[in-house]
Write a protein that binds this ligand. Structure first.
Ligand SMILES: C[S@@+](CC[C@H](N)C(=O)[O-])C[C@H]1O[C@@H](n2cnc3c(N)ncnc32)[C@H](O)[C@@H]1O
Length: 215
């Protein structure tokens, strides 16, 4: 794992985007959580919505690869920041460069993905990672698109969930304020859910069904 992290962080871009990573002590930050939950849940299907350079799909993919159970990471991103995800060969090479071969990229928004054959064929989703467009409306759309596929063992994670900063990642003219936490306040009022904030860096929030059936 230490060698894998060293290679991951050799790409300085994978140290960005608020996952609380730190190069000096090879600290994956929230990545430990993504990796640990993947080893614990042993998912056959992980869905990751949005990533700038692939930190989260790579760490989930590494966890899936290290499990005995077969699994895949469905990664949905329309490449709205720049062209990084637009060339399928370059995307494959990027992930293969980190020894992860189980990520399937869909160059589309969640809105487009839910209209696809790939969505209709999903049996269930074990881990859902929401890190796309950070408004309450889009976070709600992303969650509700997959909520019917979440089971009693599934977990949903929301990134940038404790922040209300203004992002200019889509250009100055498209600056917008993060409001994911407003949607999570809504989920916190639902007695059928457990919602747990980890307010480090930009924050990650975990959501699962309130049932405590032994898994
Ligand atoms: C900039 S990333 C967020 C940064 C993230 N914290 C990371 O670790 O990379 C957000 C990504 O969401 C994608 N995105 C924006 N709107 C989306 C949508 N409706 N559906 C899916 N992905 C979307 C963008 O293309 C972008 O790559």
């Amino acid at each position: 794992m230490q060698d894998w992290i060293a290679k991951l962080f050799a790409n300085k871009e994978l140290l960005r985007m608020g996952h609380h990573q730190r190069l000096e002590d090879q600290n994956l930050g929230f990545g430990w959580l993504y990796y640990a939950l993947t080893r614990l849940v042993r998912p056959s299907v992980v869905v990751v919505i949005g990533s700038w350079r692939g930190f989260s799909p790579l760490v989930f993919g590494k966890g899936v690869a290290d499990n005995l159970e077969p699994g895949r990471v469905i990664f949905i991103d329309p490449s709205m920041v720049d062209d990084f995800w637009k060339d399928p060969d370059a995307v494959r090479a990027h992930f293969a460069g980190h020894d992860v071969a189980n990520i399937q990229h869909f160059l589309m928004t969640t809105q487009q993905f839910v209209a696809s054959e790939a969505y209709r064929e999903l049996p269930h989703v074990d881990l859902l990672f929401v890190d796309g467009y950070h408004t309450a409306e889009q976070a709600k759309f992303d969650y509700e698109a997959f909520a019917p596929l979440l089971t009693e063992k599934s977990l949903a994670l929301f990134h940038d969930s404790c922040s209300d900063r203004v992002s200019k990642i889509y250009g100055l003219e498209n600056a917008y304020r993060y409001t994911v936490r407003d949607f999570l306040s809504e989920l916190k009022r639902d007695p059928q859910l457990q919602v747990f904030d980890l307010p480090f860096a930009e924050g990650v929030t975990l959501v699962r069904r309130a049932e405590t059936t032994r898994l």
